[in-house]
Design a protein around this ligand. Structure first.
Ligand code: UDP
Length: 233
């Protein structure tokens, strides 16, 4: 049995014989509100492994380097071992969630330009929002890494927004994580799934993401399945 290096809220990471590679295992556990709400989304791990692999393949074809090497099974994917930069990089096209609350507006307002937001990954602190200066001043990321992350995040936004629009899905907002690989390169890591992306049906604005779980809207599994159907149509 391989050594488990890390267990997060939705995934486990295992060592392999190669020190530069890890296996990521997707669980069905779902959490919200910084772990206060806990539950299970049946087969989420299988669906999210499929969805991340799909998006990462699409992004790689469009010039975005990422950590995935090979899908191994329903729930497992072989990845380059990276050192995760402890920033949640949030990209927003339409106001929703914490942004709508903070600005005192209804969800659904289109933004005049995409917003990139950084949160410092620290559960005890509740992932506080930080800016470029914080990232550099606290040694979280270098100036060059911050520039690279922003440029990649906007490019990823363009690629995903266009791809999803063709499938009648609106890309509201999403969270990315980046890592530094053995060669010192900044690459996309973690996942891109309905756990981390807000997706609304373009016709009805029906939510096709984890807000169905967060807000007890029902049909959670069905929404994740619908995302897979749209992606692979
Ligand atoms: N998000 C995430 N993990 C987090 C916080 C946010 O994946 O710990 C994603 C979330 O799914 C949404 C986007 O980032 O797509 C923006 O989330 P927001 O800041 O509005 O926070 P929320 O309302 O989800 O707490």
């Amino acid at each position: 049995m391989a050594e488990m290096l890390y267990e997060g809220k939705a995934k486990k990471v295992f060592a392999t014989d190669n020190p530069n590679e890890v296996v990521i295992y997707y669980k069905d556990d779902a959490t919200a509100f910084n772990g206060l709400k806990k539950g299970t989304i049946i087969d989420k791990g299988i669906m999210n492994n499929t969805i991340t692999t799909f998006f990462f393949d699409l992004l790689a074809k469009n010039g975005i380097p990422h950590h995935q090497l090979k899908k191994l099974s329903d729930r497992e994917v072989l990845c380059k071992k990276v050192s995760i930069i402890p920033l949640e990089v949030i990209v927003r096209n339409i106001a929703a969630g914490s942004l709508a609350k903070k600005m005192g507006i209804e969800e659904g307002l289109p933004l005049k330009k995409p917003i990139i937001e950084f949160c410092y990954k620290n559960d005890e602190l509740g992932d506080p929002m930080v800016n470029d200066d914080y990232a550099e001043a606290f040694g979280i990321a270098t100036d060059a890494q911050v520039t690279e992350i922003k440029s990649m995040a906007l490019k990823i936004n363009d690629i995903l927004k266009k791809f999803l629009a063709d499938r009648k899905v609106r890309l509201i907002d999403f969270k990315l994580e980046f890592g530094v690989d053995a060669d010192g390169r900044v690459i996309l890591a973690d996942e891109i799934t309905p756990d981390t992306v807000r997706l609304w049906d373009a016709g009805t604005n029906e939510k096709l993401d984890k807000d169905r779980f967060r807000r007890d809207l029902g049909n959670v599994e069905e929404a994740y399945q619908e995302v897979i159907r749209r992606l692979t149509k």
